[in-house]
Write a protein that binds this ligand. Structure first.
Ligand SMILES: [Zn+2]
Length: 89
């Protein structure tokens, strides 16, 4: 797969641990702990563009934290083509 930003094939996938904090407005959500997620991050070693997909097993904790429910069906990873379309829009 080529980098969606510069088309380089010089990409490497790295294991990671990331804390995602909930969006806040004023004092709302400031008291909530972040959620640890452990995605593999794909990094372009030429331009630095990076992307990851939150693992399905970890996404419900994020949905719960923002007061939403995940759709149980039709969950899947975003394809590279979809990422490209989002970047163009
Ligand atoms: Zn790149």
């Amino acid at each position: 797969m080529a980098c969606v930003l510069c088309a380089s094939s010089n990409e490497v996938e790295f294991p990671s641990e990331i804390i995602l904090h909930f969006p806040f407005s004023g004092l709302e959500n400031l008291d909530k702990n972040g959620v640890f997620v452990y995605p593999k991050v794909l990094v372009c070693l030429d331009c630095g563009f990076s992307c990851f997909t939150t693992p399905e097993t970890e996404a419900p904790a994020l949905a719960n934290g923002v007061g939403r429910q995940m759709k149980a069906r039709n969950r899947r990873s975003v394809t590279a083509a979809e990422v490209e379309r989002l970047r163009i829009a």
